[in-house]
Each structure stands twice: as C-alpha cells, then as structure tokens.
Write a protein that binds this ligand. Structure first.
Ligand code: CP
Ligand code: NVA
Length: 305
C-alpha cells in the first residue's frame, strides 16, 4: 500500500519523531552545503486549490534541494478547476510523477486523491488539518526548548485546521494543550473526541484566553477567518474580540515562553504587532522549518529514506 501523509493520526510518536530527526539532519546538511539528493531525478506535483506563499515556496525549493523537480499546478489553470473528477486527476498524476502535494478544501478531497494515487500524497493544508505546519512547529519547539515533554501548549483563537492538528499532535506526543475558542468556533468535534480518548485529560477546551495561556510555555494563534471564510470576516471580528494574543495575555504565560504563528498573520486581530515582533516570537524559525520538515517527509515517503 502506498504511504501517504494526510493527517498526523495515521502515525505514532516514534514515526513522527523520526521525521523530525531526519529534518534536523537535513537542515544541518543544507547549512553546511553537504549534498543530499534524496529525490534525484524525481518529480513532485504541487497542486494548489488555495493561495500560498510558504507552502509553495518551501516545497518547490525543498524538492530542488533534494535533486528533484517540483511541478506547480493550480486548479484555475488545470482541468481540476473545470470539474475533472479528483480520482481521474489522481490516477493520471501518478503516471507522470513520483509524489503529489495537494492544498485544497475538504479533507475528503485529499483522501480520495490518495485512494486513487499510486504515488505518495502529502496534505499541504485542508479545511480540517495542516499536518506539515504542525511538524515544522514541533521542530521549532524542540530547537528552542530542547523537547516538547513536560511543556504546556496554549491555543488562542479559532478552532480551525491548525487547532485541529495541534489537538492531534497533543494526543500523539502526550503534551498538555489548552485551547481558548469562542463559543461556536470550537475545534472539530470528531477530532476532539478522538484525541480525548487517546490522551485523557491532556486537552482542555475553554472560552477564556487567560485560562489557556496561564503558565503556558508555547503560545499559538492563527487568523480568525481562514481561506474560504473571507465572507465571514466581519462577523468573526466581532466573535473573536478579546482573543488577540497581546502583551496582556503574554504576561500570564511562562516568562520563557515562545510565541508561534503559522502565518500569514493579521496584526491587531489575532496577534498584536508587539507580540509577533517581540522577543518571544519564533515565527521566522517556524516558517523556515517548513522547508526542512517537508524535505524529510518527502525523503521518507518518496525517496524511501
Ligand atoms: N503557513 C502556511 O501554510 O503559509 P502559506 O499559506 O503561505 O502557504
Ligand atoms: N487557518 C489558515 C492557515 C493558513 C496557513 C487557513 O486555513 O487559511
């Protein structure tokens, strides 16, 4: 069976930690200029049905550094945008390419794509999950805090794809995660149920941002309106008032805390300018680590490392 990377819950802690270790090795090699052509001569299709800066660039550059070719595709310029069935696209892509990354809307789209694909499929963000991002985030936590063990993680804001993936990570890696989401904007109920069964007592949901960040070591937030929710922006601004990760909230966290944001950020909404630009912010390391972690995922799945 072809191995895909669609959601963290398909893997255990040892497997995911192995990818993080490989990512650190590849980062070291890249910094030292040591060749690591683990995808020599291979082509990875990069399909985007939503906008992207970091994911597109880090995948394209990552494939290049691994000696392969990254092939950008958008729904607007391919037959996907004209309604060609996912399963047909998936079967054809697998005849040309050695792997596929796809960013799209429903998680069921990547699942169907993977079901019909004879080559590995990587989830580059869906409405439900953003697994490559959370792997980069965990790598960043390990770099700054040595380990995730014993740390308290906090999430302030929307119960979106990032929050859902953090919940899966907390259940798999066993760290404490407190999420503050306004009523009506909670994380996915099935993801919560799965995680609470897997790691009882580790994941706490509240509506109070202060409760979430109190004594936390890793603070996290994300935009109030994700891609596809642009028409809800104004309504969400009202619902999320009081959920800005600002200096007042930061003061309640562990004095050594780190602040993360997957980007793009809306300063003055989910995070203040002073916090994202402040000394606790690790967002640029976090963004860089997308490159290294995705190289590791591709090397493992497509390069057979
Ligand atoms: N964090 C992230 O996935 O960024 P992009 O939307 O720019 O790819
Ligand atoms: N939650 C955001 C993440 C962007 C990387 C979105 O889906 O738009």
């Amino acid at each position: 069976m072809t191995q895909h990377f669609l959601a963290l819950h398909d893997y255990n802690e040892i497997e995911l930690y192995g990818v993080l270790t490989l990512a650190r090795e590849l980062k070291e090699k890249q910094k030292l200029g040591i060749p690591h052509k683990l995808l020599d001569g291979k082509t990875v299709a990069l399909i985007f049905e939503k906008s992207s800066t970091r994911t597109r660039v880090s995948f394209e550059v990552g494939v290049f550094q691994l000696g392969g070719h990254g092939l950008f595709m958008s729904s607007g310029t391919s037959q996907m945008g004209r309604g060609e069935p996912i399963r047909d696209t998936a079967r054809c892509m697998a005849r040309y390419c050695d792997g596929v990354m796809i960013r799209t809307y429903g998680q069921e789209i990547v699942e169907e794509f993977a079901q019909y694909s004879d080559v590995p499929v990587i989830n580059g963000l869906t409405d439900l999950f953003h697994p490559c991002q959370i792997m980069a985030d965990l790598m960043t936590v390990i770099e700054h805090k040595r380990s995730y063990e014993g740390l308290k993680f906090a999430w302030v804001g929307d119960g979106n794809n990032m929050a859902n993936t953090w919940i899966e990570a907390a259940a798999i890696f066993g760290f404490e995660l407190r999420l503050a989401c306004p009523s009506g904007y909670e994380p996915d109920a099935k993801v919560m149920e799965w995680a609470k069964t897997k790691a009882p007592g580790r994941i706490i949901l509240t509506t109070d941002p202060k409760e979430a960040v109190a004594g936390a070591d890793v603070l996290n937030t994300d935009v109030w309106a994700s891609m596809g929710q642009e028409s809800e922006q104004k309504q969400r601004e009202r619902a999320f008032a009081g959920y800005c990760l600002n200096d007042e909230l930061l003061a309640l966290a562990n004095p050594d805390c780190i602040v993360m944001h997957c980007l793009p950020a809306h300063r003055g909404e989910e995070i203040s300018d002073s916090v994202i630009e402040g000394k606790h912010s690790v967002v640029w390391d976090e963004a860089e680590n997308r490159l290294h972690v995705q190289k590791a995922i591709m090397a493992r799945l497509i390069g057979g490392v």
